[in-house]
Design a binder for this molecule. Structure first.
Ligand SMILES: *Cc1c(COP(=O)(O)O)cnc(C)c1O
Length: 329
């Protein structure tokens, strides 16, 4: 066995996905299964596909390229880079957009390759991220979009809970619905999709969500069973990704026994929750992780393995690190 190691429980991810797909279906919401947390790994993506997500989404076109063999439409969920337009048009079918210059480039490439490319225009509801904030500007942009060849504006969308920390509410999502209606009226067209955010929006399921929201882009909820503010979502599995580190030294310090494990780059103390509740994480740097093993009844020794539940950020770090062995089953 190779360490550091991340164990991925596909069955639990599949259970999460089936549950979320069914909850969304009850509300006529289509699910974009977001694969960025596991870098477009095909085995895990297959669990999402088998659980009947409608679209596969990723922030990197390289990851979507890996998923080409799946028949589902692919969505690029991070604003497109002009330098990658060729790959974007080739390996994805839908993009979240907000800049007229990049849409223009996509249109040119789509025309050249004879593809009808779909776009969802992003609206900023206060989170200061990828969308357009002012309604005038949204309409100006749409006026331009409608002139482009091979571009099909299928809807509008938003992303919340990221940069500005704005949380999804009935009221801010209703604003999105109003904007959609006003666009339809002004331009005499139909927008099929209102993409109402990420796993954070699931928090509205027990309250009230505008019925017009008909798409969510779900990553963390499917992969880690977490939603708004990384809080566990009831009924979903959280123990889907486990990090396993090896002890390379035991130190006796005053009254304490400290275990030193080989760590991984970019991980923080709060990212890790040891399965053995009597262990606590003291400190971490790029080389080593220090754990307090004074309390456990078991005498840990050099070579022992320590298992942790990990945060969203740490999962991303571990999955993208070439030094971490991925055990996907
Ligand atoms: C990552 C991402 C998502 C998925 O977010 P989760 O919180 O993982 O569900 C949705 N939309 C965009 C634009 C993203 O970048």
């Amino acid at each position: 066995m190779v360490y550091p190691r991340i164990e991925v429980d596909i069955i639990k991810i599949k259970e999460n996905t089936e549950k979320m797909v069914s909850e969304c279906k009850k509300r006529q919401i289509k699910v974009v299964g977001v694969t960025k947390l596991f870098c477009g790994n095909k085995k895990i993506a297959k669990a999402l596909v088998d659980s009947k997500v409608d679209i596969l989404g990723d922030s990197r076109i390289e990851n979507l390229k890996k998923l080409s063999s799946f028949k589902l439409p692919k969505m690029l969920i991070r604003l497109p880079m002009i330098s990658k337009v060729k790959e974007i048009v080739k390996y994805s079918d839908i993009a979240l957009v907000s800049e007229i210059d990049s849409i223009k480039k996509i249109s040119k490439e789509a025309f050249k390759t004879n593809k009808e490319y779909k776009i969802i225009l992003m609206v900023d509801l206060g989170d200061l991220r990828e969308g357009i904030y002012f309604e005038d500007e949204i309409k100006e942009t749409i006026k331009e979009i409608l002139k482009f060849k091979n571009i099909n504006l299928i809807g509008i969308g938003t992303n919340l809970t990221c940069f500005g920390g704005v949380i999804p509410t009935y009221s801010n999502l209703s604003r999105l619905v109003d904007i959609k209606k006003s666009i339809e009226e002004k331009f005499n067209l139909r927008l099929d999709i209102i993409s109402g955010g990420n796993s954070g929006t699931i928090s509205l399921f027990n309250k009230k969500i505008p019925k017009e929201i008909n798409q969510l882009r779900l990553g963390a909820s499917l992969s880690l069973g977490i939603g708004l503010n990384d809080k566990p979502i009831r009924g979903l599995n959280n123990d889907t990704f486990k990090l396993i580190l090896e002890i390379v030294k035991i130190k006796y310090e005053k009254e304490k026994i400290i275990g030193i494990c080989i760590s991984i780059d970019g991980i923080k103390v709060n990212d890790l929750t040891p399965f053995d509740k009597s262990i606590s994480v003291i400190d971490v740097n790029n080389d080593y992780l220090f754990i307090d093993i004074t309390r456990p009844n078991k005498r840990y020794k050099v070579g022992d393995k320590i298992k942790f539940l990990i945060s969203y950020g740490a999962t991303l770090v571990a999955m993208t690190s070439k030094y971490v062995f991925k055990d996907i089953k």
